[in-house]
Design a protein around this ligand. Structure first.
Ligand code: ADP
Ligand code: MG
Length: 310
């Protein structure tokens, strides 16, 4: 291959300390016709450089709203959203344009959102580089390398209409990472694909993450996908509520297996969301009694108080 090692890793040079994605008490309120929808209500999230994180949550929980803000398309109503050192609340027009061109890549559910139908796969991947001022020779070398890493080198000369859904989505991924963005944001990228294509696309996302070092946040409904990542963040009612961490561990039988542990997220203000299954099982609502024990905290129903009340 004719590629130089410099095209291999992401090119962003401003490496700030701290996580690549940092949201602190992030709020987004939509106002339409006198009605307010609080889509994000004090969301906290940190994603370290090079991490691959899945974001899950019911429909309407605020996932797309979060990605819209992180991609620089939308603005927070309050709170902090910082990506690779850029403050997304105060960023001005010129910085925003550069940010969208070089720092973040975006992958949508519909591959067509990233693809021009009359260009070949390789030409589609070269287009964002052209807009970023990359010279012709380097463009074609990097497009070739991109398609190869994503497992679709053989599709280089075909147009989107001549590709399967999974191949199209991988080309769309190639477009998203063409400029080696520091961060990749993907909103249900496998939502419209069958299991096999979905696996191929997700494998390509993982390859981009490891080969290019792209910090990746991927929204998914697909349990199969979220099972393959080390960290899954659950969002509920516009707030991060749970995290599942997965790691390989040696079990009692001596075999190495995948261990998943679920945690509730305690935010900086000390807030915690109790799982609905827990609150309904014990009829916890309105007010609960908290007790501090030497090594844990108890949460009790006040049902007896309610029943005794006249
Ligand atoms: P998700 O992607 O998790 O399904 P969204 O971020 O799309 O959730 O939506 C979160 C909430 O914000 C929902 O209640 C939705 O109806 C509302 N919402 C999203 N976009 C808009 C908008 N442009 N105007 C008004 N409300 C919106
Ligand atoms: Mg959505």
């Amino acid at each position: 291959m004719t590629t130089t090692p410099t095209t291999r890793r992401r090119r962003d040079v401003a490496v700030p300390d701290g996580p690549d994605i940092h949201c602190d008490n992030l709020v987004r309120i939509y106002r339409a016709e006198g009605i307010e929808v609080v889509a994000l209500q004090g969301l906290d999230l940190e994603v370290r450089s090079g991490e691959l994180v899945a974001l899950v949550g019911a429909s309407g929980s605020g996932k797309s709203t979060l990605l819209g803000i992180l991609s620089g398309l939308d603005r927070p109503s309050a709170g902090l959203a910082r990506v690779a050192g850029h403050d997304l609340g105060t960023m001005q027009r010129a910085e925003r344009l550069e940010y969208r061109r070089r720092t973040v890549g975006f992958l949508f559910q519909q591959a067509s959102a990233n693809l021009l139908p009359y260009l070949t796969a390789a030409e589609n991947v070269e287009l964002p580089m052209m807009l970023a001022g990359v010279r012709s020779r380097q463009r074609s070398a990097r497009a070739h390398e991109t398609l190869e890493v994503l497992g679709i080198a053989d599709c280089a000369d075909r147009r989107p209409g001549q590709l399967s859904g999974g191949q199209q989505q991988r080309v769309a991924l190639g477009v998203a990472v063409a400029n080696r963005p520091r961060v990749l944001l993907a909103d249900e990228p496998t939502g419209e694909l069958d299991t096999r294509s979905s696996d191929e696309v997700f494998a390509a996302i993982r390859r981009a993450n490891t080969e290019f070092g792209t910090t990746t946040l991927v929204v998914t409904h697909d349990a199969h996908v979220s099972e393959q990542v080390a960290r899954t963040v659950g969002i509920r009612d516009g707030r991060t509520s749970t995290e599942v961490l997965r790691r390989d561990a040696v079990g009692a039988d001596g075999e190495v297996g995948r261990v998943a542990e679920e945690f509730a997220v305690l935010d900086r203000a000390g807030r915690l969301q109790l799982p609905k299954a827990f609150t309904t099982a014990l009829d916890l609502r309105d007010r609960v009694r908290l007790g501090l024990e030497p090594d844990h905290i108890t949460v009790r129903s006040t049902r007896e108080d309610r029943e005794e009340a006249p």
